[in-house]
Design a protein around this ligand. Sequence first.
Ligand code: SF4
Length: 403
Amino acid sequence: MELVPFSSPAEIYIINTCAVTARAGAQSRQLIRRALRANPEARLIVTGCYAQIAAQEILEIADSPICIVGNSCKHRLVEVALAERHCDLEMHLGDLAGHKEICPLTVTSFGERTRAYLKVQDGCNSFCSYCIVPYARGRSRSLAPDRVVAQAEIFAGQGYKEQVLTGIHLGHYGQDLTPRSNLRELLALLLARNLPVRYRLSSLEPTEITDELLTLMAGSPAVMPYLHIPLQSGDDRILQRMNRRYPAATFATVVEQIVARLPDVAIGVDVLVGFPGEDEGAFRNTHSLIESLPVSYLHVFPYSRRPGTPAAGMADQVPKADKEERVALLRDLDHKKRTAFHRKHLGSIRQILVEGRKQGCLLRGYTGNYIPVSFEGDNALVNQLVTVRLEELTDDGVLGRVV
Ligand code: SF4
């Protein structure tokens, strides 16, 4: 087999689709059409979340057969791609809701990336009212600790110096395992292996950041002082309509506790703007809550209707212009928060994992607390941990100097 760019005609296409918004679904359909135009004779295999929830719509795109491989069957992609016989939809879509195991797919490489993503959990039981993920990924399930360690060792052996523990609902890690486990125990197990790796946690729900986890993070230099937490709204009425299970005050308390335990921590926050029923007052609550908290940056998403979710049918949808205005206000707040966080760390000395060159000039990488830093240096420093003093603010991060 030879891997070719998507723009070149191929004999086999594997299209990994996304369903997180209606637009992502439309883009997935476009890609399928593009592949069919490039080579109508090709074997076309469509997988991922959009394939899982909209198999029938995909099959109707073309007269020629399209093979659908559901999320729980992704580990069989190669076998399906090379099979003599054509696809049997029932066989390859799988019974996702009844699936109790994470897809057993060992990953050996992330191409050119310097960070490896170690998926330890899949699925979600929370059913937030705007979210399609539980329907596309099934119930929460975890990778057994020994398999997580084996995967971490593979990545470390390949030279990955940073590994990000990921999941759809990472804070639920271990709840389905026998014996039960949790994220803190998993991290402790990984740390005990003493791999030459720094670990980063991906998104964690506010109510799942436990005291025990913070204690472990505070005492382990190999765990980066970084937490990304979805807030979504700072208004209790909207949080309830979203089926989020915490009031805004709890989020504030959690953030204060984190900063008290991890003074250098970067805290990133997801915000969903313009959810149905969000009036000016509700938006102000969100804005002022974030403004008052020591968070480092925001990811701001305008709400869009995702067909198949309860929120898509809710009354009081927010007009587009209002959403755009609120998104702009929060992006402005994001800029202020980022700049303040970067400024606070000027003069400090940090370890940067060098990812490559920025537009062909300076080396670029991230501190443990996720500050993007550019500095002069040799190509040999790429994928190395380099000690750098943070000296000057730039438009998109900080300028540093190797110490
Ligand atoms: S917790 Fe996250 S993945 Fe689960 S339903 Fe809510 S937003 Fe979706």
